[in-house]
Design a protein around this ligand. Structure first.
Ligand SMILES: [Zn+2]
Length: 80
């Protein structure tokens, strides 16, 4: 299931998101694969942050590929 969000809390700031693009997480092992899949699925390059910078407790931070704790978040910010 994709996580579609209007905004996300990162390092104390509310980051507005482009809602048509999902928020996905990847572990280090699957980061390259998830980056490729994001580009393939949505034809855009995602913005990335360290998963630990995401302060939203409601977000599922597991790696999309393997379910292990995610290290990197992939998303699309508004206005970039
Ligand atoms: Zn993984």
């Amino acid at each position: 299931m994709e996580q579609m969000m209007k905004s996300i809390q990162i390092e104390g700031k509310v980051v507005e998101l482009q809602e048509e693009f999902p928020v996905r997480f990847a572990c280090m092992e699957h980061f390259d694969q998830e980056l490729d899949e994001y580009v393939n699925d949505y034809e855009v390059a995602p913005d990335t942050y360290a998963a630990k910078a995401v302060e939203d407790e409601t977000v599922d931070k597991r790696c999309r590929a393997c379910g292990e704790p995610g290290q990197i978040v992939l998303l699309r910010e508004k206005g970039l």
